[in-house]
Design a binder for this molecule. Structure first.
Ligand code: SF4
Ligand code: SF4
Length: 413
């Protein structure tokens, strides 16, 4: 049932206000301003699928210590965690933080498949040893018959299998020297699976950084950022503490992230060792911002006549809030035609692990995004988040990271 009449789905309001976010679910004014931003409201058009109602459920859990019904749980879990509501909320509710706390309070007990996935992304060594398996599978010709057999569906593996890309098997090098006069040294966050499944973006990042005079370190001891754990009610403390220790020990000018989903998580790292977490956050940069700040006038990219549409991942719009940097950086390519995708405020459905935990909802959101992409008549669509690109490309998309486009236009020296 609707408890207020403000249920229209128009353009959401512009980001509001400044100052700290309020981490108290009881402070929601129930004004409904967040509703227009919510992708699940767009899908279901009921009050139960609005941020306002989810905050109410979270308040029951965290403030009033009341049990929640199975129905309330279902609607809470349907949240894509895009945090669009947080961006427009005039009360500056800390929705992302509250959602994670609620998930932890609910003591989520993952199924065997989720447990296995958590273990694999915690253990990069295991992950690397297993990588030849998907590579062999993709080459074997078994993919089509296996899909047809229905076995993947029975094993609840069909959604994950549909996203499978060819993995890079070798580890990245530990250090990549500057390709021009050296100006400094940075460390690159590569996380868990991106090193295998988004190798092209990471190599593009390294090439660009080397071209502006930075040596790039890729510490092999680093691990998953912890976002998947934290957003699914699991503790990410071990992963967070490991990354803080690994990167803080390096003598570098900055720690850079190239995937906005990981970057959003890294930018909010907290730890029992508050000073260490603060040092980590102080040296953390989104790679787009870093490249813009340190670009040298003598580095001229080659021209391109491509028409590019920019997809703005939720993690970039609603957490990092630096989406403009992508447009400015792409303007370094002479002749490029650059435009924002329409309705960039609507999530593509990927939502970290949401595409696997809620495949039907995610597919509906993806279909909406694919319609927009088709209507854009762009030659290429760029997205700064690996998860969004994988999800959209699995449905016939043509998405790449903006760094790949930039690196291709580097002059041959
Ligand atoms: S979360 Fe914010 S925008 Fe949404 S109903 Fe509450 S106060 Fe209003
Ligand atoms: S995080 Fe996104 S999906 Fe979840 S309530 Fe907010 S706007 Fe809706």
């Amino acid at each position: 049932m609707f408890d207020f009449m403000d249920m229209s789905y128009d353009e959401p309001g512009e980001p509001v206000g400044s100052g700290p976010y309020i981490p108290d679910a009881g402070e929601c004014m129930r004004c409904g301003i967040c509703i227009a931003s919510c992708p699940t409201f767009r899908l279901f058009q009921v009050d139960e699928e609005t941020p306002r109602r989810r905050i109410r459920t979270i308040s029951k859990l965290l403030v009033e210590n009341l049990p929640i019904s199975a129905d309330e749980r279902l609607h809470l879990d349907n949240c894509v965690q895009c945090r669009a509501c947080e961006t427009v909320c005039p009360s500056r509710m800390a929705y992302g933080q509250l959602f994670d706390q609620a998930q932890a309070e609910l003591k989520v007990n993952p199924g065997w498949l989720a447990k296995l996935a958590f273990k694999l992304i915690e253990n990069k060594g295991w992950l690397r040893r297993l990588m030849p398996l998907p590579a062999v599978y993709l080459k074997s010709g078994l993919q089509k018959p296996l899909r047809r057999s229905g076995l993947l569906k029975k094993l609840h593996l069909a959604d994950a299998e549909a996203l499978l890309g060819k993995p890079a098997l070798q580890a990245l090098a530990v250090s990549y020297p500057a390709s021009t006069t050296k100006r400094g040294r940075v460390a690159l966050f590569t996380g868990c699976i991106a090193e295998h499944f988004d190798r092209e973006t990471l190599l593009a990042a390294i090439k660009l950084l080397n071209a502006i005079g930075y040596e790039v370190l890729v510490p092999p001891q680093q691990g998953c950022c912890g976002a998947i754990h934290q957003h699914n009610g699991q503790s990410a403390a071990g992963l967070i503490d490991n990354n803080i220790a690994v990167f803080n020990a390096l003598d570098v000018d900055a720690v850079l992230h190239a995937a906005t989903g990981c970057g959003a998580m890294l930018s909010e790292y907290q730890s029992d060792d508050g000073e260490a977490a603060q040092l980590f956050r102080q040296r953390l940069w989104d790679i787009n911002d870093f490249l813009l700040k340190h670009w040298t006038d003598d580095l001229q990219l080659t021209s391109s006549k491509l028409k590019v549409a920019v997809h703005e991942p939720c993690s970039q719009r609603n957490v990092l809030k630096n989406q403009q940097a992508v447009y400015v950086l792409l303007q370094k390519i002479p002749g490029l035609s650059i435009a924002a995708l329409t309705d960039n405020h609507i999530c593509c459905g990927a939502g970290g692990s949401y595409m696997l935990t809620h495949p039907d909802n995610a597919a509906q959101l993806r279909a909406l995004k694919q319609q927009i992409i088709s209507a854009s008549s762009a030659d290429v669509v760029v997205s700064g988040n690996f998860g969004c690109a994988v999800y959209l490309n699995a449905d016939g998309g043509r998405i790449e990271h903006p760094l790949q486009l930039l690196a291709r236009q580097l002059p041959v020296r």
